[in-house]
Design a protein around this ligand. Structure first.
Ligand SMILES: [Zn+2]
Length: 220
């Protein structure tokens, strides 16, 4: 993200991966990209119920991604923040992740931005994925819910546009055909967490048009 924003090339691909469920699939993506000579940004949620970036294995996986030349950014979840003191909560997340990666985090991306509270943190971080600055510089495409919206990344490549491509490694590397298959394939996931995650994903997909409209209104 940091490199793409300051790049003099045109067009530029800002390739971003949000790690919502599993570091393992992210590592697989990071290795594949490295073989292809690509660097991208992996967004990590410091405190979440699916993986622990501070465990020994989590630390190793994140360090491995950094060693492969990728940037690590903060994936922040405003549904976990106190709206009255969100700046403190965000700063704490950023500090925890900066300590973990051994350098100051300079990029952040909101988790589930169409379905959770929009908080203005742009004065707390250099780059925010949904900021006016980035949205004006890059078109946007994501594989959220395993369903493209109007355009695919290939459409945007053909159009010669600079764009931000958000992909979730799990949709590309986990076994199975559907979101439910892939969530179920996560190692050691409990049946309760699995059901809850699948329900949330399905609900977001059902309400997608409504949520997208709300997002557009809030972000101008
Ligand atoms: Zn996310």
């Amino acid at each position: 993200m940091q490199d793409a924003i300051t790049s003099k090339s045109d067009p530029v691909l800002l390739l971003r991966h949000d790690i919502d469920f599993s570091l393992e699939y992210a590592v697989q993506m990071a290795e594949l990209e490295n073989e292809l000579g690509i660097s991208s940004t992996y967004f990590v949620i410091p405190e979440n119920e699916f993986y622990d970036p501070f465990s020994d294995i989590g630390k190793e996986q994140i360090q491995h991604m950094q060693n492969l030349g990728h940037e690590i950014g903060l994936h922040y979840d405003t549904s976990k923040y106190n709206p009255e003191e969100y700046e403190k909560d965000f700063t704490k997340d950023m500090q925890m992740l900066s300590d973990l990666i051994g350098e100051q985090v300079s990029s952040a991306a909101q988790h589930d931005p169409t379905n959770s509270l929009h908080l203005n943190i742009e004065n707390l971080i250099t780059n925010e994925a949904y900021s006016e600055k980035i949205r004006s510089q890059f078109a946007y495409v994501s594989d959220s819910s395993m369903q493209w919206r109007e355009k695919t990344p290939l459409d945007l490549i053909e159009e010669g546009k600079s764009f931000q491509f958000l992909s979730h490694p799990i949709w590309w590397f986990a076994n199975g055909e559907t979101q439910a298959d892939k969530i179920s394939a996560i190692a050691n996931i409990s049946p309760e967490k699995c059901t809850k995650a699948i329900d949330n994903l399905n609900r977001a997909l059902e309400k997608r048009a409504e949520l997208d409209n709300k997002f557009k209104k809030e972000h101008g």
